[in-house]
Structures are given as structure tokens and as C-alpha cells.
Write a protein of this length. Structure first.
Length: 100
């Protein structure tokens, strides 16, 4: 069985990457809105609890290049965590099958 720390880390990481995507999408959607200030956040690690998304103060105009990079990084990070979860689950299944 996946340890609670591993599971918590993976699940929190998936949630954090979803927040990164939501923030980037909101910034892109509002790029031409007058007086809109680009939302920002930071991904932080919390020992034994996984990752967290910490909102930061707004930061001026939207940088579309930066938002596209944020989307790409979030996509790759999300994919990697989903694959890690799948790999751990498959390894555990094989181990249990070997014991049966």
C-alpha cells in the first residue's frame, strides 16, 4: 500500500499544479482587461505534507510568454506525478501478486 506520506505528497502536488494552471489561465483570459494585475503564486514544499500553492501579491501586466511557460511546466509536472502514482501502484500490485 502506498504510504500516507507518498500519497499525500502526490495528491498535494497534483492539486498544486492544478492551481498553477488555473492562475495562468486566469491571467491569459484577463490579459487585455484594463487595470488587471497578473496573479502570482509560488509552489512550496511542506515536510511530510507535500506541496502547497502560496498566493503572492499581484504583479503588474500579464506576461503571456511567462504564462505559457507556467502552463507547460505544470503540464509536465502533473504528468510526472500521475505516472509516479501509477508506477507505485503497479509495483505494489506486483509485490502483492508475488506474495499470493
Amino acid at each position: 500500500m502506498i504510504s500516507s506520506v507518498s500519497l499525500s505528497s502526490l495528491v498535494s502536488g497534483l492539486g498544486v499544479q492544478s492551481r498553477v494552471v488555473e492562475t495562468a489561465a486566469a491571467n491569459i483570459a484577463n490579459a487585455t482587461t484594463g487595470d488587471y494585475e497578473s496573479a502570482r503564486g509560488q509552489v512550496v514544499s511542506r515536510p511530510l505534507q507535500g506541496a502547497a500553492y502560496v498566493p503572492l501579491p499581484p504583479e503588474g501586466e500579464v506576461d503571456l510568454g511567462r504564462e505559457v511557460v507556467n502552463l507547460a511546466l505544470a503540464k509536465h509536472s502533473y504528468t510526472a506525478m500521475a505516472r509516479a502514482y501509477s508506477s507505485i501502484a503497479e509495483t505494489e500490485k506486483r509485490g502483492l501478486d508475488a506474495l499470493a
